[in-house]
Write a protein that binds this ligand. Structure first.
Ligand code: IMP
Ligand code: MG
Length: 180
């Protein structure tokens, strides 16, 4: 199916599950190389990253722990600057190598906020792994270590990403068809 409808908007197929799988495999192999000999803690940012994290982490071969934090910044199709932390960090992060796993970095506010929190918790090092990046939307000076794909500044759904709660279950990624 090339076109789908979610609530009041139409979306068109943008990235297929085959292309996604290839990009995830590449990311995992880079992370496996870089993390050899370390025991990283993967910190998955819910909700959007749950699908990507499940795919990525099954390809990670080094010993690791996995934990989750739940954040939300989007309202409809607009990023808000207020990041709400809905499920807190409760692991011991001090002196750990932390790999933050995110579905998408848009303005970068969510990730910037998270990096500051992690630095306050005295982690040994932080790496950022995001499946998608919208370079044209980025407003923060972030060092992003692992990126699956760079995409234009369009609103997308699928593969964990939602439009007002819908579309997270789609195996492919779709982009919004703008209102004329
Ligand atoms: P940022 O704080 O602006 O970088 O936004 C990051 C968060 O907004 C991500 O973790 C996503 O959950 C959400 N987000 C950003 N762009 C999109 C999109 O195109 N579709 C759905 N959610 C998005
Ligand atoms: Mg997210």
């Amino acid at each position: 199916m090339n076109k789908i409808r979610l609530k009041d908007r139409e979306f068109i197929l943008f990235i297929t599950s085959d292309e996604i799988e290839k990009a995830v495999t590449k990311m995992a192999s880079k992370i496996n190389n870089d993390m050899a000999g370390k025991t990283p803690l993967f910190l998955v940012i819910l909700s959007g990253a749950f699908v990507f994290a499940a795919d990525l982490l099954r390809k990670i071969k080094v010993d690791c722990d996995i934990t989750f934090v739940r954040l939300a910044s989007y309202s409809g199709t607009q990023s808000t600057e207020k990041i709400r932390e809905l499920l807190g960090l409760n692991e011991v992060l001090k002196d750990r190598t932390v790999v933050v796993v995110e579905d998408i970095i848009d303005t970068g506010h969510t990730m910037d906020d998270m990096i500051h929190k992690l630095k306050n918790l005295e982690v040994a090092e932080v790496k950022i792994a995001t499946f998608l990046l919208k370079p044209a939307a980025l407003r923060k000076d972030l060092k992003i270590h692992y990126v699956g794909m760079e995409i234009p500044n369009d609103f997308i759904v699928g593969y964990g990403l939602d439009y007002d709660g819908f579309g997270r279950n789609l195996p492919d990624i779709y982009k919004v068809i703008p209102d004329l």
